[in-house]
Design a protein around this ligand. Structure first.
Ligand SMILES: [Zn+2]
Ligand SMILES: [Zn+2]
Length: 338
């Protein structure tokens, strides 16, 4: 028998409290990972507050884990004790459905979210299936790598899924936790990048992340001025926008791709799509292979999320910092070495 000690939410909206949970024997295909760093994603906050109605309590949030393998189940493959690994949004999937067997494990109907009925990474240790325990490449910066494992793959996945070319013009709506990583990835991919932000103070920072142009996302005239120019428009915000004006920034065959959890429906006038053969799509994170490719690309191009560090013991202060919209741009919790 074995236990995990972490920072748990006992009910919706409650501050996290340190608690220990008996987690039983390690499953044969499971890996136990000692947590060194864990990023805080906006989804952790949404789940703590049960904004999506599917949280199960008590649970330990945290799904951007950087750590070391400390125990391996008898059937856990491809990993060794002490190896540096990362775990993102998904901790397990069935491995036998068509999606899993096609390499689209992130679309598995039986997948287990790292923080969905499963204890996450604001803890000393966590467990995941070996296939979802991703080896970290040499050269990756461990302290800032956590946010790549959820946010990073979320913004890079459309480039992989839709074969976005380096000659593409890419717009990123929202320069926050996701959006600042999207700008860095799109610039490293070779694209011409336009950042859309409602915060004038972020314009210079967006250019620092690699944006070639910055457009005020509430300025109808500025948006109209770039109509018909973008091949990919990545939506990373979770608030309503002037969607039709933004759709009209797309070039013929352009795509608006949604990765921000906008809760209000997005109205889509049919003629905005039809006349120029535009697409609208969305995606969650990515498969284990997508995540490994993303990490290799990030290591090669030295793409580091811009992070603020908090000790794990100050997790509640860190969550307030995020909830207040003050995070620039991601927060990482650090465990004190034992
Ligand atoms: Zn996340
Ligand atoms: Zn499956």
């Amino acid at each position: 028998m074995s236990s995990i000690t972490g920072w748990a939410a006992s009910a919706a909206g409650q501050p996290l409290e340190r608690a220990t949970f008996d987690v039983g024997e390690l499953g044969v295909e499971e890996v136990e990972v000692a947590v060194d760093y864990c990023g805080i994603c906006h989804s952790d906050l949404s789940m703590i507050n049960n904004e999506w109605g599917n949280a199960r309590y008590p649970f330990i949030p945290g799904h951007e884990v950087v750590g070391r393998v400390v125990a391996l189940g008898a059937q856990a493959k491809g990993l060794s004790i002490g190896q540096r690994v990362g775990i993102g949004w998904t901790a397990d999937s069935c491995m036998h459905c068509h999606q899993c067997l096609s390499g689209d494990h992130h679309l598995c109907a039986e997948s287990v979210a790292t923080i969905g009925g499963h204890h996450g990474g604001f803890a000393d240790k966590l467990r995941a299936h070996w296939a979802w325990t991703i080896p970290l490449p040499e050269g990756i910066d461990l302290a800032s790598a956590g946010p790549l494992l959820c946010g990073g793959i979320t913004v890079l996945k459309p480039f992989l899924a839709y074969d976005i070319k380096p000659t593409a013009r890419v717009g990123v709506i929202g320069i926050g936790g996701l959006g600042h990583m999207a700008v860095k990835f799109a610039a490293a991919w070779g694209c011409e990048v336009t950042a859309f932000t409602s915060t004038a103070a972020k314009a210079d920072e967006a250019r620092g992340f690699g944006a070639h142009h910055v457009v005020a996302s509430r300025d109808a005239e500025a948006i109209a001025a770039i109509a018909g120019s973008l091949d990919l428009l990545l939506v990373t915000v979770n608030v309503p926008m002037d969607w039709n004006a933004l759709l009209n920034t797309l070039a013929p065959k352009g795509r608006m791709h949604v990765v921000g959890a906008v809760l209000e429906p997005i109205p889509v006038p049919a003629f905005s799509l039809i006349g120029r053969q535009r697409d609208i799509s969305g995606s969650p994170t990515g498969s284990p292979v997508d995540i490994a490719r993303m990490l290799d690309f990030a290591a090669r191009h030295d793409i580091r999320p811009q992070v603020e560090m908090f000790p794990m013991s100050q997790v509640n202060q860190a969550l307030h910092h995020l909830a207040d919209g003050k995070a620039r741009y991601r927060i990482v919790l650090q465990n004190t070495p034992a």
